[in-house]
Design a protein around this ligand. Structure first.
Ligand code: PLP
Length: 395
């Protein structure tokens, strides 16, 4: 039996939706750590290959009960007709784009992308004959100029990594839809808790579940959400034959992550707003980038489409040396490159996540040598504030 009720509010969905109880009536979700399924008869096997019934499975690359529970839970939260879970966020991005595109297609993409997303759009798609036009995602005129009658889809991160540029999702969706183009968005930074991308016009929503959905830095995972037609008709055939399936064990970890997702993201965002203001006062900080602050260039857009400013912020210090001194001096935040974790995480994008880019591209994207990305964790905010202000004294 599958539990779900579309009238439930978010927190109830996050705890119960998608759960499947076996005949034992277990409280916690079972992990169906199985690659395949036994059929009661040869006739039943034949029938299942002809048409898969509700909650029937053939092979874990195609689907698995624990993975299905995760898919149903995230689809219930997002308000999507269907979802397909993947081995990582990048398998989700790759699947969403490659399942839909073919040689000769044209797409428009925001330039401010996560490094691996940029690699797919800038290096891989053109190799297969897809024409890509890049725009500054915050410039609506640029989108208007770039989207053509034959544009197949537009792609962007709703909030960019690491400079936290916010895209006006509803406005870009309107421009794309007017030309018949689909809207595909990576909503990782905004999270499914704080932004409902589909209500703003996004057709296909992508998450790296590795980030806030797990939220405890344990495993990789991803998911693509969309219409029943798109997920079952376009994405699923591509993913089930190319092998980007999510492990049932990881699906179970993510299911449990989801039970606390709403609480964690809201607590992290409350701390982030407070820290953004406290750290902005420190003389070593040239600029704080936080969409929840009035001085953020897209503050109004962010306030319109997100419930608050989110869990991520960025600090601009004088130079690389100052940034390194700051990272090394914090006793609470760890130096790493995950985000959305219970642990606060400091990242120096220039030398790590965005090292591969040319200096010119980095600067164009606002990734200066003094920029520090800060994923705000669940620690006590007074402890974090004291620790980071002291670390800034060392910068
Ligand atoms: C991390 C991340 C991804 C990739 O997710 P993985 O789970 O690491 O594969 C994609 N997009 C954004 C915005 C991310 O932060």
């Amino acid at each position: 039996m599958t539990s779900s009720d579309n009238s439930w509010n978010d927190r109830t969905k996050l705890v119960h939706s998608g759960a499947r109880r076996s005949q034992y009536g277990e409280v916690a979700e079972s992990i169906y750590l199985t690659q395949g399924f036994v059929y009661p008869s040869a006739e039943a096997a034949e029938q299942r290959f002809v048409e898969l019934g509700q909650d029937e499975f053939i092979y874990a690359r195609y689907g698995n009960p624990t993975v299905a529970a995760f898919e149903d839970r995230i689809a219930a939260l997002e308000g999507a007709e269907a979802a397909f879970a993947t081995a990582s966020g990048m398998a989700a991005v790759n699947g969403a784009l490659f399942s839909m595109l073919k040689a000769g297609d044209h797409i428009v993409s925001s330039r401010a992308l996560f490094g691996s997303c940029l690699y797919i759009v800038e290096a891989l798609l053109p190799r297969f004959g897809v024409e890509v036009t890049f725009v500054d995602g915050t410039d609506l005129d640029a989108w208007r100029d770039a989207v053509r009658d034959d544009t197949k889809l537009v792609f962007f991160e709703t909030m960019s990594n690491p400079t936290l540029e916010v895209i006006d999702v509803a406005a870009v969706a309107e421009i794309a839809h007017a030309k018949g183009a689909l809207v595909v968005a990576d909503n990782v930074f905004a999270t499914p808790v704080l932004m409902r991308a589909m209500t703003l016009g996004v057709d296909v929503v992508i998450y790296s579940a590795t980030k806030h959905i797990d939220g405890q830095g344990r495993c990789l995972g991803g998911v693509v959400l969309g219409s029943e037609d798109f997920i079952r008709g376009t994405l699923e055939p591509y993913l089930k034959h190319t092998g980007g399936a999510l492990s049932p064990f990881n699906a179970w970890v993510l299911l449990n992550g989801m039970t606390t997702l709403d609480l964690r993201v809201r607590a992290q965002a409350t701390s982030a707003a407070q820290l953004a203001d406290s750290l902005a006062e420190h003389p070593a900080v040239q600029r704080v980038i936080y969409p929840g602050r009035a001085d953020h260039p897209q503050h109004a857009v962010s306030a319109r489409q997100m419930q608050n400013g989110g869990t991520m912020l960025a600090l601009e210090l004088a130079d690389k040396e100052a940034a390194f001194r700051f990272l090394n001096a914090s006793n609470i935040a760890v130096i790493s490159n995950n985000l959305g974790d219970a642990r606060s995480i400091l990242t120096h994008p220039t030398t790590t996540t965005h090292q591969r880019l040319s200096e010119e591209t980095r600067l164009e994207l606002g990734i200066t040598p003094g920029l520090v990305r800060f994923s705000v964790g669940l620690e006590d905010v007074a402890d974090l504030t004291a620790d980071l202000l002291a670390a800034l004294d060392q910068a």
